[in-house]
Design a protein around this ligand. Structure first.
Ligand code: SAM
Ligand code: DTB
Ligand code: SF4
Length: 322
């Protein structure tokens, strides 16, 4: 069906039904990308991409059993565990990230949930990174109401906590905490007034219906998460998902486009998995409305494209990092 650009203009909606999202997946690729690009241009500069840098502040020995994750204590991976980093190392990494053009610094810890005394040390890090003029983001696992408030008072800008997949597929991936636990943490973060960063992972062997289910859970959140990371699984040896099949790049781009259409004012982040993506695929993702990336040689524990490669790619595409 033909639609004018005007008819495609839409305000944020929270009442999308799964069937409507499934229909978007069925659209011809060119129509879907045109719609996503039209929505994108209504809310964002199409040639600007937000740049965040990640740092693992506590690595490995995590008690959870997330089947994708190299940091779980239950899987034998080549990961070198490391306790909570000292403050000066975090500041040095944030300074480097700033010099390289990042506007946000995201600190991740392999915890099920932070202990209160750990939280105080992390708060020192948030304050120091803010003092450098960077936005701050944390991902520390589950938070209770008081912890979320404490982080808000410390000036934290964003908290990342992913839903990862659909409620139906979730139990195939994680058994040590529930989908409801995740929704509760998101509720505490939102209620405390911290910006929400929430997305998922594609390529874990889920079905398209599961991708629809994940996007549906994201879009019914009111307001939508400010930042929506779409990760492509990084298959790590030793994890239960080490040998799942390659994920179809076209299906990945479609998912980015649909996230853009569903959450028109959110930043959609092309997150983990870029090492495995061609420049052409990444260009399609930007065309589909992705407008944020992780920048720097490492994600948390796995490789990311070299900063120089990304600089050249941005130049070729005329993209301005912000
Ligand atoms: N432990 C905390 C938690 O799980 O919320 C914070 C760190 S955890 C590594 C943050 C997110 O990274 C996970 O929710 C997951 O979406 C993503 N992630 C972890 N391993 C991944 C992998 N191998 N490929 C893609 N994304 C991954
Ligand atoms: C997110 O959605 N992706 C980032 C960030 N949030 C914390 C993490 C990706 C991790 C990839 C596997 C690793 O490097 O350990
Ligand atoms: Fe632990 Fe987070 Fe990895 Fe799950 S994703 S095993 S909670 S570090």
């Amino acid at each position: 069906m033909k639609q004018s650009a005007q008819a495609m203009t839409q305000a944020s909606r929270y009442d999308w039904r799964r069937e409507e999202i499934a229909e978007l997946y069925e659209r011809p690729f060119a129509d879907l990308l045109f719609q996503a690009q039209t929505v994108h241009r209504q809310h964002f500069d199409p040639n600007a991409v937000q740049v965040s840098t990640l740092l693992s502040i506590k690595t490995g020995k995590c008690p959870e059993d997330c089947a994708y994750c190299p940091q779980s204590v239950r899987f034998e991976t080549e990961l070198q565990p490391e306790p909570l980093l000292p403050l000066d190392e975090v500041i040095a990494a944030a300074e480097r990230a700033k010099q390289n053009g990042a506007s946000r610094f995201c600190m991740g810890a392999a915890w099920r949930s932070p202990k209160d005394r750990d939280l105080e040390q992390v708060i020192d890090m948030v304050e120091a990174v803010k003092d450098l003029g960077l936005e701050t983001c944390l991902t520390l696992g589950m938070l209770n109401e008081a912890q979320a408030k404490r982080l808000k008072d410390a000036g934290l800008d964003y908290y990342n906590h992913n839903l990862d997949t659909s409620p139906e597929f979730y139990n195939d991936i994680i058994t040590t905490r529930t989908y409801q636990d995740r929704l509760e943490t998101l509720h505490h973060v939102r209620s405390a007034g911290i910006n929400v960063c929430c997305g998922g992972i594609l390529g874990m062997g889920e079905s398209r219906a599961d991708r629809v289910g994940l996007l549906h859970e994201l879009v019914i959140q009111q307001p939508h998460p400010e930042s929506v990371p779409i990760n492509m699984l990084v298959r790590v040896q030793g994890t239960p998902l080490e040998s799942v099949e390659d994920f179809d790049p076209i299906e990945f781009v479609r998912t980015i486009a649909i996230a853009r259409i569903l959450m028109p004012t959110s930043y959609v982040r092309l997150s983990a998995g870029r090492e495995e993506m061609s420049d052409e695929m990444q260009a399609l993702c930007f065309l589909a409305g992705a407008n944020s990336i992780f920048y720097g040689e490492k994600l948390l524990t796995t490789p990311n494209p070299a900063a120089m490669h990304d600089k050249v790619l941005f130049e070729k595409l005329g993209i301005q990092p912000v």
